[in-house]
Design a protein around this ligand. Structure first.
Ligand SMILES: [Zn+2]
Length: 86
């Protein structure tokens, strides 16, 4: 059995997250990233319509990622990037 190196799980956030700053979509998802089964999980937030996301920082707690997306304490969408701008 082949092991997947990068595991991602997406969970829709609904009203918890603000709409996308780029396209206005409400389809905002929490992304759980796991390098492998033994690694810690890191969280990010992404818009599935335009693929904008909290790009360069992943968070150890899901609410930290959501807070960053919403423009909370240290966040301002973190280092958000639009995929077209890369
Ligand atoms: Zn978007």
């Amino acid at each position: 059995m082949e092991q997947r190196r990068n595991m991602q799980k997406l969970t829709m956030l609904g009203d918890v997250a603000k709409e996308c700053p780029f396209c206005g979509s409400k389809k905002i998802y929490l992304v759980e990233n796991k390098a492998d089964a033994k690694s810690a999980t890191y969280y990010g937030v992404t818009c599935v319509d335009c693929l904008a996301r909290t790009e360069s920082c992943f968070f150890e707690r899901p609410w930290e990622a959501i807070n960053a997306w919403n423009g909370g304490d240290e966040g301002r969408y973190c280092d958000r990037k639009h995929h077209d701008e890369q």
